[in-house]
Design a protein around this ligand. Structure first.
Ligand SMILES: Cc1cc2nc3c(=O)[nH]c(=O)nc-3n(C[C@H](O)[C@H](O)[C@H](O)COP(=O)(O)OP(=O)(O)OC[C@H]3O[C@@H](n4cnc5c(N)ncnc54)[C@H](O)[C@@H]3O)c2cc1C
Length: 816
């Protein structure tokens, strides 16, 4: 009896294993049917099985065979489902459709597949600068950093000095994305990011000012959508810096919901240069516009109406983008906002009944109503570059400065970097900086190869600025009062103040996390959802049914496969899953494989169960977005590690970064399941995703201590992590001086050890550092040269620990 039961269980297990293997490997339907048919036959002939159970299995198999008959499947299954799908499909506005269609799907699509094809990522070349780009960074960018006085900018002038403005224009910093034919520099996205990274390590105001014309704005829009005449007219001036651009979308009533702008343009007849022409009468009220106070060309977004049907047969065209010279009658600019003590040029602009010709529309009248599409298409790439690069510059500077500062600053007779509390903070600062650097370098390279990765851009915008905020907070904490007291000697205060600006612009972060990353990703990156939606809205119903049927059954197979993959990889800790290479980081590839399947499964069930409601359940979709982002960022870290030649020394940082990201993926999946409204489905998902519970751990302390050694000593890892910042040793550059002091501290370590030993042995008795050195010299513990070296080091360190003070009248605010 026992043997019979065991045998029947064994047969059942073998049959399930075959089914799981087919689903895990995503074997196609026809092949799976044949293999399952033979397995079932063998089970029926040789297995010990109750006849009723057998009958059920054969009926199930007959259903599977039927699915292989296209006509039957289409007419009997897909057609009725398509009718239901059409009824429940939430209406998609034109604005939403344009946002969804913007950009391309790249590595993000692989992560959504549940079975990422790593070759898509590993085949991407490493980020590289051309000789010309490198020369620009080593030449004009380095020089710009040298002449910049950030305290003068932020406190005394509330603006960059005239020399700085002139230098920026003369060296075409505003023209990095403009082609050479128009006088621009025509740099790659990675080069633009590298220039901004260096500038951001020196001055947020300079980096922001340079960033804006190289981001979404008139030049970018002209290049992609402008007419030849418009390009010839504006681009040379924009390249030379004679023209200053800005782009005005936001107003008091429409911020995050930018598609709701109330600003109008009415097509009408009017006088222009003494002639009557058909033009546009514009009225707008915009605020927060960067460079607006000094702009000569205003890029303007407004809603276009044509009540007299002068340009076509439509009353309304929707959001339209136009270029308006700011000396046009009625344009109001010049007043300034004051963004958090970071006084880059930013202010409101208004216009009342400003009449401009029709060819002010970017791309001419045929592009009327395409403004929103233009903006979202360009944001699809642009959000990966400027703000993430600024975050990278700030983060690198914070780690470089904090690593050195915590080594030279002593409390309780020890460098503060030796305290575990500080070490824990330094380690996470370094690993987070690595994540930002990797995301920027790899994503910029993908853009360089023609991708416009809309969803990764949103991931970078959100996570690089959020990580930047955490790093800025940590840098502030480890530096204590030194970080708080503002003045020329403070090198982190302004970066800390500036962070909320990066968080808010180009899609405020809460909105980006809650609505955009997953909202766009679920439709764009999912292998079937967009295809199903397109099939359902296809006006050719016959073709629509064929496409729907293909997508639907592809989707069902994908869902079964993700169930199998998720469960098998959770049970085996993904140890059997394939990775692009072996080595110390291969386990992270495997864990990404695992979470990819789990995420795809959870995502499908959420969409199936909640439908359009998922969009409103922001806390659920944001958590799925976090899982998605964690996998994306971890894969960027792995790629960067490869691209940098897998330096063994960097392993602790890479491991910390990957481990913390994948731990975050696990925890957010867990929170998603914990809060999923359908408890029955949540329980089922938990069995498939976490059958062994939450087994993944956050980085261990030991890993953190290894990182501390890497960044508080003058190591190659420290230099690699912070490469590209302004660290030149010169009197006005705290980062260079800190590095110099760090190296001097390292060189003086044997002497410090001698002092410590002599004190322990009672040869010297003083507690005062300078007296100790003198006593040591008198007692012959140190030579005269050694004593002089230690005194010089003490002086060097004290100069860096010093903070500024001011006469009260120096601090008095201006008249604003
Ligand atoms: C310094 C600075 C420079 C700028 N430069 C420019 C520029 O050059 N050109 C330009 O056109 N604009 C510019 N902006 C505007 C910027 O893009 C907007 O500030 C931004 O879009 C947010 O709008 P808001 O400030 O009105 O905030 P609101 O839209 O009022 O948002 C407030 C909060 O609500 C959240 N929120 C809104 N909707 C949702 C939602 N559905 N789900 C979850 N959370 C939501 C947001 O994330 C935010 O946290 C700039 C802003 C600043 C501060």
């Amino acid at each position: 009896m026992l043997t019979t039961v065991l045998l029947s269980l064994l047969w059942l297990a073998a049959f399930i294993a075959v089914a799981l293997a087919l689903a895990y490997r995503r074997v196609d339907l026809a092949t799976s049917t044949i293999i399952l048919g033979f397995s079932l036959l063998a089970y029926s002939l040789f297995g010990v099985i109750h006849w009723l159970w057998m009958l059920l299995l054969w009926v199930g198999f007959a259903g599977l065979v039927a699915l292989n008959m296209p006509n039957f499947r289409r007419e009997r299954i897909s057609a009725p489902l398509l009718r239901i799908y059409r009824e429940i499909l939430p209406p998609i506005s034109d604005t939403e459709r344009e946002a969804l269609e913007a950009g391309t799907v790249w590595w993000d699509g692989e992560l959504f597949s549940g079975r990422p094809d790593w070759s898509k990522l590993t085949s991407l070349p490493a980020a590289k600068l051309t000789e010309e780009e490198q020369a620009f960074i080593d030449g004009p960018t380095e020089e710009l950093c040298r002449i910049v006085d950030d305290w003068q900018i932020t406190h005394e002038l509330a603006d960059m000095s005239p020399e700085t403005w002139a230098f920026i224009k003369d060296h075409r910093f505003f023209a990095m994305i403009i082609p050479k034919d128009y006088g621009g520099l025509e740099f790659s996205p990675f080069a633009v990011a590298s220039v901004l990274t260096k500038l951001a390590s020196r001055s947020v105001v300079v980096a922001s000012t340079v960033g804006v014309p190289n981001s979404l704005g008139p030049a970018e829009l002209l290049l992609h959508y402008g007419t030849q005449e418009q390009r010839d007219r504006y681009l040379p001036g924009l390249a030379s810096g004679e023209e200053i651009p800005c782009f005005a979308l936001t107003g008091p009533r429409a911020g995050s919901d930018a598609s709701a702008i109330p600003d109008t343009g009415i097509v009408c007849k009017g006088q222009f240069n003494g002639e009557e022409i058909i033009g546009i009468r514009l009225n707008w009220n915009k605020r927060y516009i960067t460079l607006a106070p000094i702009a000569t060309i205003l890029g303007l977004a407004f809603k276009l109406y044509d009540p007299e049907h002068l340009i076509g047969d439509r009353d309304e065209y929707g959001i339209t983008a136009a270029l308006i010279p700011t000396d046009t009658e009625g344009v109001e600019i010049g007043r300034r906002h004051f963004p958090l003590n970071i006084p880059f040029q930013n202010g409101p602009t208004r216009g009342k009944d400003v009449f401009v010709p029709l060819d002010s529309i970017i791309g001419g009248p045929e592009r009327a109503g395409q403004g929103w599409r233009m903006l979202v298409e360009q944001l699809a790439a642009g959000r990966s570059i400027v703000l993430p690069a600024n975050a990278s510059g700030g983060a690198k500077a914070a780690v470089y400065g904090s690593g050195a500062y915590t080594r030279i600053r002593k409390q309780f007779n020890l460098p503060i970097s030796r305290f575990e509390g500080i070490g824990e903070v330094l380690a996470r600062m370094a690993a987070r900086t690595y994540i930002i650097n990797a995301a920027v370098a790899v994503t910029c390279t993908a853009i360089n190869r023609g991708e416009k990765p809309a969803v990764p851009s949103a991931i970078l915008k959100y996570h690089c600025t959020e990580l930047g905020r955490m790093i800025a907070n940590d840098a502030m904490d480890v530096q204590g009062g030194k970080g708080i007291i503002l003045g020329p000697k403070n090198y982190i205060g302004r970066g800390y103040q500036a962070i909320p600006i990066a968080i808010t612009v180009e899609g405020a972060n809460i909105l980006t996390r809650s609505l955009i990353i997953y909202g766009q990703g679920a439709i764009r990156c999912h292998p079937f959802v967009l295809k199903e939606m397109e099939a359902a809205t296809n006006e050719n119903h016959e073709q629509g049914l064929i496409d729907f049927d293909t997508s639907l059954f592809g989707h069902i197979g994908y869902a079964f496969s993700n169930m199998a993959r998720s469960f098998v990889m959770a049970m085996t800790h993904a140890k059997l899953s394939l990775t692009p290479q072996s080595g110390p980081v291969s386990r992270y590839y495997q864990h990404i494989n695992r979470y990819s399947a789990a995420f795809a499964l959870a995502s499908d069930i959420a969409m199936l169960n909640l439908g359009g409601e998922l969009k409103r359940r922001e806390s659920l979709s944001a958590r799925l977005g976090d899982v998605f982002s964690s996998m994306y960022l971890a894969s960027m870290v792995l790629k960067q590690f490869e691209d940098q030649g897998r330096p063994d020394d960097d392993l602790p940082i890479v491991e910390w970064a990957c481990r913390s990201l994948l731990y975050q993926a696990q925890e957010q999946l867990h929170s998603f399941l914990r809060n999923f409204p359908n408890r029955f489905l949540a329980a089922g998902l938990r069995i498939l995703i976490f059958p062994r519970g939450r087994t993944y751990s956050a980085p261990a302390d030991e890993l953190s201590w290894k990182i501390v050694d890497l960044i508080t000593y003058p190591t190659e890892s420290r230099e690699r992590l912070c490469a590209g910042i302004y660290s030149t040793t010169e009197p006005s550059n705290p980062l260079g001086l800190l590095q110099e002091a760090l190296e001097a501290t390292e060189a003086a370590t044997p002497l410090e050890n001698k002092l410590r030993d002599a004190r322990r042995a009672g040869v010297i008795g003083s507690d005062d550092p300078l007296e100790m050195i003198e006593q040591a010299e008198q007692e012959g513990v140190l030579t005269a040269d050694e004593a002089a070296q230690l005194k010089a080091l003490d002086e060097q360190v004290m100069a860096l620990i010093e903070v500024d003070d001011f006469a009260p009248e120096e601090l008095r605010a201006g008249t604003a």
